[in-house]
Design a protein around this ligand. Sequence first.
Ligand SMILES: [Cu+2]
Length: 287
Amino acid sequence: MVFIAATFALLCLARVPAVLGHARVSSPPIRQPGNNFLQTCGQSSFNSVKGDPTGHIEEQEPVNAGCDLTLCRGMPFSDQPASNVQTVKPSQAMAMNIDCTVPHGGPANVSLVDTTVGGNSGAILGGFLATFDDFCPTTGPAPASQTNLQYTLPNAATIGNKCQQAGDCVVQLFWATPDFSQNYYYCVDVVMAAAAPPPPPATTAVVNPPTVAAPPATIARPPTTAPASVPTPAGVNMGAPIAAAPSAPVKMVTSAAAANAPAATNGTVFNAANANAGRRRARILWF
Ligand SMILES: [Cu+2]
């Protein structure tokens, strides 16, 4: 096991060709390094991303102020070609094709991230859209659910009026590899096709039952005279006829809030704070 870990560590250190990468996102296009990234994050960080477009943030050193590695590895939208922006709609089914060229294992997740808020990591809209306990596993082939990663964007109520401008939102694949102290951030730029409708009211909607046709006003009654030939037994009180209880109309109640409940989050997945902790650990491993 130690030997296997050491082998993979060597693979990471060996500056493998870009085609090898780690988890190479072959489609849709992910954020690329450009001149604004170079200016903010510096030549060393730029060279690192150029050398391995799917590498981990721990190798992007030194970390310059204003270079937000935990948000798309520091690569700003201003460097991205417009043709790379995916025009999408709320609740849209999407896919990400991935080659696990250097498998490491570890948890991963996919989320829609608002880059305009949330400091240097952005803010996830809704919950995770996909989660994996062992991404690009170190043993066996990667399952199809990872190499052709399917997910569905949050619904209109969750997105609201966000992601209307290209550059505001990205679909992020985040992968943490505790065995290697490496963290990976891949960003796909998305923009909403049209303004999302306002969220439904929070109050509980009451749906009236369909109207039932009224019974005919006149109902022919049977003759009320008892047959004269049937005698009433002595001492038996026949009592009054028992009236059938009227049935109350049933009201159907649906909860709009329940349908829009946010997805549960996976508390085991690494966050940005862990990523920074991982970077510190990585220095020990690397130097
Ligand atoms: Cu690696």
